[in-house]
Design a protein around this ligand. Structure first.
Ligand SMILES: [Mn+2]
Length: 405
């Protein structure tokens, strides 16, 4: 009882204290005023500190609300040279993203190289490169990269010698990956195409798409070949805006539309198909194994690794098949490509789970499409690992498709 009483007394004392202090405010203002009169320098310093705090806060606010496209341009301040790197065997989305980022960097006076490990073999990729006059060079190792490195359409460099030594300045990607590390990181797994992110950068910079054979005056423009490339990149990664799209992909498409060169787009979309691609598709059709609604096919040795995803695309269309994985090898590396239109099967996770026990193998991707690579030596077993036959790998893929691993 006593303690409670004492507590109440303490509390009313405290309230009285606060009241006293409140009543003191007037005299506090007088104090400040007289201090300022006595020490004008101090007053000026105080005002300056206040201005510094407010403008610092404003700059921080501006920085936090700055669109990523503007932030990327700021990052490029003081950079003389960059190499924009795609993943191995770049697809139209990767090449388009590189083309768009190259245009942004070149508009800021940066010397740009575009590099890719692996091959450009898919007929559409070759047509993309030729029709849009894309200046892209094959890189073998980290020593081929000059200046700062920007990764597009992938989060971690792979497929080149000493890939782990690459220290990127920026990563722009739409594949899910938590381990991406760079001063500028913009990863949006919900986007259907990386090209949509790059289109948004241009839009946030106020860039105006130029119609073919038109020149627009302005600080920022989107040349027709860049707009055409980005549109093709979006088309290609989203199966013509039918797979894994968001509103942002449609908006990017609409923004770029005035700049599209319809003839160029047609030449890229409908190139002649090389004989091997048709042969590999035929092999996939005649040799695949079906269990339940899943199909797996080993097409054996190929010279064009881009024939593997094309075979997977084709096989996925078979009636009764909802998810497929096609595998084939080239130069001691096994390539896997998976497609799913089955809500039970997240293809990226399926391939990643299936490859988990194999050292140095990498696999992943989106719900509807995924891929992976394995070195044949590691599949056969190196050092402490026991290895796996191609038949065991096929069984494991079926288990992964069924969610059993
Ligand atoms: Mn992509």
């Amino acid at each position: 009882m006593d303690r409670t009483g004492a507590g109440v007394a303490d509390a009313s004392d405290a309230i009285a204290d606060v009241a006293d202090r409140t009543f003191d405010t007037g005299s506090a203002v007088d104090d400040v005023t007289s201090a300022a009169q006595a020490n004008p320098e101090l007053a000026i310093l105080g005002v300056l500190l206040l201005v510094a705090a407010v403008s610092g806060g404003w700059l921080l606010y501006r920085r936090l609300t700055r669109p990523p496209g503007v932030a990327l341009v700021k990052r490029l301040n003081g950079v003389d040279e960059v190499t924009i790197l795609t993943h191995p065997n770049p697809d139209p989305d990767a090449m388009a993203s590189a083309l768009g980022v190259a245009h942004i960097a070149e508009s800021r006076g940066v010397t740009v190289h575009i590099g890719y490990p692996g091959q450009i073999r898919h007929q559409e990729n070759r047509a993309f490169r030729t029709v849009l006059e894309l200046d892209i060079e094959q890189v073998e190792g980290v020593e081929d990269l000059t200046g700062e490195v920007i990764l597009v359409d992938h989060g971690r460099p792979r497929g080149l010698i000493n890939a782990e030594a690459v220290d990127p300045l920026a990563v722009i990607d739409h594949h899910p990956d938590e381990h991406v590390d760079a001063p500028f990181v913009d990863v949006r797994p919900e986007y259907g195409a990386c090209a949509s992110i790059v289109a948004e950068y241009l839009q946030s910079l106020g860039a105006i798409p130029e119609e073919p054979d038109e020149t627009v005056e302005g600080e920022w423009v989107v040349p027709s070949r860049v707009a055409t490339g980005l549109v093709y990149g979006i088309q290609s990664d989203t199966a013509k805006l039918t797979r894994g799209c968001t509103q942002a992909d449609f908006e990017a498409y609409a923004y770029l539309y005035p700049g599209v060169d319809a003839d160029a787009l047609d030449r890229i979309a409908n190139p002649e198909v090389d004989r091997e691609v048709l042969e590999v598709k035929a092999r996939a059709f005649t040799n695949h194994e079906v269990r339940g609604s899943f199909a797996v096919c080993d097409v054996g040795e190929v010279s064009n690794v881009d024939s593997i995803p094309q075979a997977a695309d084709e096989l996925r269309r078979r009636e009764g098949v909802t998810a497929v994985v096609v595998l084939g090898s080239r130069n001691g590396t096994l390539h896997l490509s998976g497609r799913s239109r089955d809500d039970r099967v997240h293809m990226g996770e399926t391939i990643s789970n299936a490859l988990d026990p194999i050292p140095m193998a990498s696999g992943g991707g989106h719900a509807q499409m995924g891929g992976g690579t394995i070195s044949a030596d590691h599949l056969n077993g190196i050092g402490p690992s026991e290895g796996m036959t191609r038949e065991e790998l096929r069984d494991r893929l079926f288990e992964a498709l069924a969610g059993d691993v």
